[in-house]
Design a protein around this ligand. Structure first.
Ligand SMILES: [Zn+2]
Ligand SMILES: [Zn+2]
Length: 460
């Protein structure tokens, strides 16, 4: 050992009463594979040997040993009792940690968390801590006074020591720094153990096969969820929602407190969502159970939804996926089928048909925020592209069309024109009032298999 280090250790031990861990931690970044507790014992033994030698040659007085005798340094006591049969271990607490890091105390604190954790299912965890400033300050002061440059922080040691103990109590759990299932935080100021169960994220796609169902739970505007006459004391504007059909079985299965539904965009309440469905991420907050069977939940959801909603689950995901869904939603192509009424009726000739397709297909539509949403969205003009426009059924009163377009295009307004706010529009091109009577979203395309790059020329 570097004699300079030994000198520092001697000075620290002489002035400060510290437990093994607190002494060892001041040199924690020297040598790996040792606990600070073991480092502390090793250092104390060396100093004890040195001092005993000096004592024998009568270089130091017996009183010097008292500073070495912490509660957790039995070896020192046994050795000293040879010379001083009356010597007993010190009951003075550690000047740095106030005995927080003594093994018994760490064991007790671990038990406290272990008991609270029994109601959770988890395979990864992380321990954190909030320390009283007085402890952090006293350690900082000692470091600077004695120029101790190899120290580890007391928080890091505390978190690691509790982590090791917890890991030994719960089989098959591991410490995970990035995305642990559970975070255990010791608030050492308030003397509390806080358990946080991180959310579960489930990726899937839903189909909405009946009109009149909103995507998310919609509280009654009048009572805001409390229940009133207007909402028939349900607290809701609509009895059902895609969100509730999907989340309720999950809340039960995971014994969770709440959930959030993140859709990749949303269709209108009166539009169906068919085809392969719309991607979504379901976020389950504070789950107690994490291992849920997605196949079984799919069955439960669909049984309860009575054919109104269907789901496919792709598996578990993370928060990054939620951001990805939200940001790419407007870049994703969507395919629609719209049933349109024409008033007054109009004969659509081949020439007229060709003209409309030419105006829409691969064209940029200028769309000012529609009247129906301008109360909640900024009033501005957007450019959105129609990729494919196709007639599927034609009669003078009613037509059906297929539209593939960029995400964010308001299809109802593409047809109606929204009093001139969308141009061109079908109403404008036909010179009659065209209104969407039924709308289905038939595909929400993933960017990878998006038809944006192809040029479908068919137009029957
Ligand atoms: Zn200590
Ligand atoms: Zn109400």
């Amino acid at each position: 050992m570097d004699s300079k280090i030994l000198e520092k250790v001697e000075k620290v031990i002489t002035d400060i009463h510290c437990c093994n861990a607190c002494l060892g931690r001041q040199f924690g970044n020297l040598l790996s594979g040792l606990t600070n507790y073991s480092r502390g014992i090793a250092l104390k033994i060396i100093v004890l040997m040195e001092w005993e030698h000096r004592y024998r040659i009568q270089d130091v007085k017996a009183t010097i040993f008292s500073s070495l005798l912490s509660k957790d340094f039995d070896i020192g006591i046994k050795s000293l009792q040879r010379h001083f049969p009356d010597v007993i271990s010190s009951s003075k607490p550690c000047d740095i940690c106030h005995d927080l890091l003594l093994a018994d105390n760490l064991d007790q604190l671990t038990q406290k968390a272990f008991i609270s954790l029994k109601e959770y299912e988890y395979s990864t965890f992380l321990v954190g801590s909030i320390f009283p400033p007085v402890i952090l300050d006293s350690e900082d002061n000692i470091r600077s006074s004695y120029n101790l440059e190899f120290g580890e922080s007391i928080k890091a040691e505390f978190n690691r020591e509790i982590g090791k103990r917890l890991q030994s109590l719960v089989p098959n759990v591991i410490v995970e720094f990035k995305a642990p299932d559970i975070v255990v935080t010791y608030d050492l100021i308030e003397d509390k153990v806080l358990i946080k169960s991180n959310p579960l994220f489930i990726l899937g796609r839903y189909r909405k096969l009946e009109r009149g169902i909103p995507q998310s739970r919609w509280f009654c505007r009048k009572c805001r969820g409390k229940g009133c006459e207007r909402c028939n004391f349900t607290g809701k504007m609509y009895q059902d929602s895609v969100e509730e059909f999907i989340s309720e079985p999950f809340l039960l299965a995971t014994n969770a407190s709440s959930s959030k539904f993140h859709g990749a965009g949303r269709e209108d309440i009166d539009a169906r969502m068919v085809g392969t469905g719309r991607p979504f991420v379901l976020e389950i907050s504070e789950p107690r159970i994490r291992n849920v069977n997605l196949d079984q939940l799919k069955i439960q959801i669909e049984e309860k939804a009575l054919g109104k909603v269907e789901v496919e689950f792709k598996g578990f995901t993370n928060r990054a996926k939620v951001r990805e869904l939200k940001t790419r939603s407007t870049k994703t192509a969507k395919a629609y089928r719209a049933q349109i009424s024409l008033n007054p009726p109009i004969e659509i000739t081949e020439t007229l048909k060709k003209g409309i397709i030419k105006n829409f297909q691969e064209s940029i539509i200028k769309q000012r925020t529609p009247h129906r949403v301008v109360h909640r969205r900024a009033d501005k003009i957007r450019d959105r592209r129609v990729i494919t426009f196709r007639f599927e059924h034609i009669s003078p009163q009613e037509i059906t069309v297929f539209i593939l377009c960029e995400g964010g295009l308001y299809v109802k307004e593409l047809i109606s024109g929204d009093e001139g706010r969308t141009t061109p529009s079908l109403s404008m091109l036909l010179n009659t009032q065209a209104i969407v009577t039924k709308l289905d979203v038939i595909e929400v395309l993933e960017p990878s298999n998006s038809l944006l790059s192809t040029n479908p020329a068919q137009s029957d």
